[in-house]
Design a binder for this molecule. Structure first.
Ligand code: AMP
Ligand code: ZN
Length: 114
């Protein structure tokens, strides 16, 4: 997609601090971290949100979830606990419409979220 920020990160047209890359997924640090570990995990292929990703009937959602867990292990937060969040739609706070999993950890995380 030409005008998508995260497609531009995939294409290396915009820099990002990449922490993990697989055939079909990319993980990079959030520019405005909300926790000591705050990494975004995206499919390289453009899908607008988690609903569209869920409908991509080729295991892509599986790859993104597996990459999110691999990031948590790599960041050293898997044992203490971490959160994976897909803000889906403007009402849930989604601002970038290329689906991304937020992987948050490294501090206590309260529930319910804001
Ligand atoms: P959401 O509000 O769930 O759509 O999340 C979008 C996230 O993308 C926010 O947490 C932003 O801080 C993050 N973000 C926006 N631009 C960039 C960028 N160029 N590099 C890394 N993260 C970004
Ligand atoms: Zn995109």
């Amino acid at each position: 997609m030409t005008d998508c920020l995260f497609c531009k990160i995939v294409a290396k047209e915009i820099p990002a601090e990449v922490v993990l890359e697989t055939d079909r997924a990319l993980a990079f640090r959030d520019i405005n971290p909300q926790a000591p570990t705050h990494v975004l995990v995206i499919p390289k292929q453009h899908h607008a949100d988690a609903a569209a990703l869920a409908e991509a009937d080729d295991g892509l959602a599986d790859d993104v979830l597996k990459a999110a867990h691999a990031v948590a292990v790599q960041e050293g937060v898997a044992e203490a606990g971490y959160r994976v969040v897909f803000n889906t739609g403007p009402g849930a706070g989604q601002t970038v419409f290329h689906v991304h999993a937020h992987v948050l950890g490294g501090r206590g995380l309260t529930w319910p979220p804001g």
